[in-house]
Design a protein around this ligand. Structure first.
Ligand SMILES: Nc1ncnc2c1ncn2[C@@H]1O[C@H](COP(=O)(O)OP(=O)(O)O)[C@@H](O)[C@H]1O
Ligand SMILES: [Mg+2]
Length: 342
């Protein structure tokens, strides 16, 4: 039996038990009050309408057992009946309000995540434009060459064909970059699919590549082989990686002395989960509490928004993982996050 059918069946069973006890016990015993537990329990798997229907069913059952109960004082029974109905009526109202507030908070968070994603991309636009321009320029050059091979007497079909192959490859490269950007900017719903973590990391780094190169930063990859696939939302995960890389590049950019390095590592964690680490050779975050970095709107940058890490944390936690900052071994900062395998 799946969870989606087991939970409603359990709720119905508990309601039936409460109904039976409520009917066979004396009027004075307010068993019906236990329907409150059913309403609270149902919040986990029912939507608004479902919760309201369930509460109405509880009210109907309470009234029904009042009429069916033979023993005890009808006056006490009536009072108990009213108190019970008031109790789970109120519980239902409070549950619905909490659910509505949670939905509004989730929605606001999704919108904010979208805004920071677009802002991060805005910052990366120059480098992305370069990423697309390179294959386009190559296509033009190869296109001209191809024309010449074909115009020759006799036409050099062999050379023309291989130039055309290069044109197709470049066009595909450009369209891949565009597709990656479109996927990132799109407001897609949260979808978990089994992900190859290393591939996800490499794709995210590809988007930030020029930003990295323009700041004269070198990137070392330490990606473990044979990592298990993790159920995750690719776009959201890439957003986390992009945020961490953008911060690392910012940190390196603001230091003059020393090496200008980033190290991205992936490895198995705790036997079944996976870990991603972004190490930088920047100046570090000083004496401040590392947890402070994750506070919304906490920024030490002139044009900073201070939302990158806050949003990264909410994404990682929505995947059942953990994210934290620490000082690097010799210098700089390490941001690590883990994701469970299931
Ligand atoms: N790799 C890092 N090295 C040093 N400080 C960092 C690093 N990553 C984040 N921080 C600190 O945490 C703050 C919050 O980061 P973030 O939430 O991404 O917002 P923003 O980048 O807009 O400032 C940064 O302003 C910076 O002070
Ligand atoms: Mg940032």
């Amino acid at each position: 039996m799946t969870r989606s059918t087991a939970l409603p069946l359990a709720a119905i069973a508990v309601m039936a038990v409460i109904f039976i006890f409520d009917t066979v016990t004396d009027m004075e015993i307010a068993v019906a009050v236990f329907y409150v537990a059913v309403v609270l329990f149902s919040v986990g798997f029912l939507h608004r309408r479902g919760i309201m229907l369930l509460a109405s069913a509880c009210i109907a059952l309470t009234v029904l057992s009042y009429f069916l109960t033979q023993s005890g004082s009808p006056r006490a029974g009536l009072i108990n009946c009213v108190i019970s109905i008031a109790a789970f009526g109120l519980t239902t109202y409070l549950c619905l309000r909490t659910a509505a507030a949670e939905a509004a908070a989730r929605n606001a968070q999704a919108q904010l995540a979208h805004v920071t994603r677009v802002t991060t991309l805005g910052e990366l636009t120059a480098s992305i434009a370069h990423e697309v321009n390179q294959p386009l320029a190559a296509i033009v050059t190869n296109g001209n060459a191809c024309q010449r091979w074909l115009a020759a007497e006799p036409p050099n079909l062999g050379q023309a064909t291989s130039t055309l192959e290069r044109i197709v490859e470049d066009a595909m490269r450009a369209s891949e970059v565009v597709a990656r950007i479109r996927a990132l900017v799109k407001r897609a719903p949260f979808v978990k699919t089994p992900l190859d973590l290393n591939e996800t990391v490499l794709e995210a780094i590809a988007l930030a590549r020029n930003e990295i190169e323009q700041n004269d930063v070198s990137v070392r990859m330490a990606l473990a082989d044979g990592l298990p696939p993790v159920p995750a939302d690719k776009i959201q995960l890439q957003q986390v990686i992009l945020n961490l890389v953008a911060n690392a590049v910012d940190a390196v950019r603001s230091t003059d002395a020393g090496p200008r390095e980033l190290k991205i590592e992936t490895r198995l964690h705790d036997g079944d989960g996976v870990l991603v680490g972004v190490h930088d050779s920047g100046a570090g975050f000083g004496r401040q509490d590392p947890e402070r970095l994750f506070d919304p709107f906490h920024t030490t940058k002139p044009g900073g928004m201070g939302m990158g890490l806050a949003i990264s944390r909410s994404i990682v936690e929505a995947h059942g993982g953990r994210i934290w900052a620490a000082a690097g071994t010799s210098r700089g900062t390490v941001l690590r996050f883990t994701l469970p395998q299931s």
